[in-house]
Design a protein around this ligand. Structure first.
Ligand SMILES: C[S@@+](CC[C@H](N)C(=O)[O-])C[C@H]1O[C@@H](n2cnc3c(N)ncnc32)[C@H](O)[C@@H]1O
Length: 380
């Protein structure tokens, strides 16, 4: 088990180039502090084909939460404020959680066996502190449900106190009934800004948040085709489609070659969504993060391949939503410059935090990071 910090005490270990790009945009101390918090609220998007924001807010209120619709222009978005940070008591027994599990426990989730890396002094019923692997930062406190031998499945710690407290959306009746989809505010605003219509192609669709939203906004009028390369993520997306009661076409494909594999789509799309893999620096909350400069450069090289194909699939005048959940310039502004050279024009549109292209971020907006740009394929 690693017990050291990755660098000189900071849980953020980023390459020099990445740091330089981040520093040009944010005071680094503030950025790192903001990346450790879940932001001002956690949100769900209401599936307007099945329910209303009022019905969802009613159930949230009955559960003791204080929901609100933070942005008038995005009426399907319902959020609940995050409380904290709280002090985590120190128990004699501890369990170490991997990055993913620790980041969930940080906002109040219980700890499950697959996320456990190690532990000491565990006994059923005993008080235990949950630590994040690598930094050993305390993220939660609760009761162990297991002894020294950790099973391969099931709940390991019932978390009673977490660093932050957010709503448990997945326990709502509205979730079970497919009325809601947990999603960040910037993601919801991005698809709304695109105004999906006609033939919409989602080139990086899974697990499906933006596709589901586009489908709902079109209310059965347009045609949505969703593509993703990952079989596992597509399976998850199909399960979610069932829960939400959606039906649209989902394909497993490498979207970098859609123009070759689906030549009938070339020049036909009214809207294309490109939401490619990225260095994910804007995803919050983080217990720690490591990204090398080569991760960013490789991501850029990958991202522009989708942009090239999006340009081929779009009709003249058609619009691409290019978004990423990272904060570097290489993966955002530089990709937009590349798109302009290819024959896209920047479209300026109001979103709740300003005008596109915009980098919604945890420092200025207390929201998860999302770069939102709309690019129109030039008529010429
Ligand atoms: C940031 S996620 C997309 C999130 C999704 N848009 C949403 O809102 O839920 C990026 C996705 O790109 C997919 N991806 C990566 N390489 C791909 C490729 N060559 N072709 C198609 N999809 C790809 C990944 O499997 C992943 O699901």
């Amino acid at each position: 088990m690693k017990t050291t910090y990755p660098t000189d005490g900071s849980p953020f270990d980023y390459g020099e180039l990445i740091l330089r790009e981040l520093e040009e945009q944010f005071p680094l101390e503030k950025l790192f502090e903001a990346l450790r918090s879940p932001g001002r609220h956690l949100c769900v998007r209401v599936n307007v084909l099945r329910g209303t924001p009022e019905a969802v807010m009613k159930e949230l209120r009955e559960r003791g939460y204080e929901p609100y619709v933070p942005y008038e222009a995005v009426p399907e978005l319902v959020c609940v404020p995050v409380e904290g940070p709280f002090e985590i008591p120190k128990a004699d027994a501890f369990v170490v959680a991997d990055k993913r599990a620790a980041e969930s426990v940080l906002v109040g989730a219980d700890l499950y066996a697959p996320g456990v890396v190690g532990g000491r002094g565990l006994e059923p019923g005993r008080e235990v502190t949950v630590l994040a692997e690598r930094t050993l930062e305390p993220v939660g406190y609760g009761r162990s449900l297991v002894g020294e031998r950790i099973p391969s499945k099931g709940k390991v710690v019932d978390v009673e106190i977490s660093r932050f407290r957010g709503p448990k959306f997945r326990e709502l009746k509205a979730f079970e009934e497919g009325l809601i989809y947990p999603q960040s505010a910037p993601s919801v605003a991005a698809v709304r800004a695109l105004e999906p219509e006609g033939l919409v192609i989602d080139m990086n669709a899974a697990p499906g948040g933006k596709s589901f939203h586009a489908f709902e906004l079109m209310r059965g009028k347009g045609r949505l085709m969703a593509f993703d390369v990952s079989r596992r993520r597509i399976e998850k997306m199909r399960e979610e489609m069932k829960r939400l009661g959606h039906s649209f076409e989902v394909f497993r494909a490498d979207s970098r070659y859609l123009d070759l594999d689906f030549p009938e789509l070339v020049g036909k799309a009214d809207r294309v969504m490109v939401d490619p893999p990225c260095t994910s620096i804007g995803v919050i909350p983080k217990v720690w993060d490591i990204k090398r400069d080569r991760d960013m450069i490789n991501a850029f090289k990958y991202q522009i391949q989708f942009v090239k194909v999006a340009h081929k699939l779009l009709k003249k005048g058609g619009i691409m939503l290019y978004s990423t959940c990272t904060l570097t310039k290489t993966e955002n502004e530089k990709v937009v410059e590349f798109a302009e050279e290819l024959g896209f024009e920047i479209l300026e549109k109001e979103v709740p935090w300003g005008t596109t292209p915009i980098k919604v971020n945890p420092v200025d907006h207390k929201e998860p990071g999302l770069f939102i740009s709309l690019l129109r394929k030039a008529e010429g």
